[in-house]
Design a protein. Sequence first.
Length: 247
Amino acid sequence: MHFERLGEVNLNNKGSEMKIIKYNSSNSIVVYFDKYNYTVETNYYEFKKGRISCPYDKTIYGVGYLGEGKYKKFIDNIATKYYVTWYSMLKRVYSDHIRNPSYLDCIICEEWHNFQNFCKWYDENYYEIEGHEMHIDKDILIKNNKVYSPETCVFVPQHINNLFVKHNRQRGEYPIGVNKNCNKYISSCNENSCQKILGSFSTPELAFNAYKEYKEDIIKRTADKYKEQIPQKLYDAMYRYEVEITD
């Protein structure tokens, strides 16, 4: 019986092929996933049922996998901060159920499909500012960027992240920061959750220019406020950020 089962092949419940490479008894076998060069000890019953987990199975939205390493999905049945951040990122980009139109063309680099790789970047780049929730952002360092990757992402406090939210679905036919009232174009900008009216203008372009100047000044002032607390690359990106009429 031992010889008959040695070399037996089956698929686990994620569709990955596995083979018995060592058979001591029905309660002690070694299974090998050739595709991932991964080996695990288990029992024959679980093997036949396909209930052998492989950390390289793409279990999260068809792309994400846990990989091998020190970082855990759960500790004491509570999702780790790493997993919550990683899973939320994958969900935004690859979920067909709650997909936001602004994420339609976004992707996550292959390196970060592996949970362990993302966690290592997280540890090397995460910081906190007292009283602020921290967000991972993909398009402040590189405007209009669509790729989540170690080179393009940075942690930012929510207050800074909110400066770059455009609310495209609430926009009308005029440039960002511009609305029409009778025959005038009104320029306005949100600051500290309050709307500030910047003036009325004869053309939407003039109204936009007023918004652009004021918005870029807010971003620079905010960068200066947090200069000693945020990464230099974030500070530099905020200072060179330009509001465009096509935003």
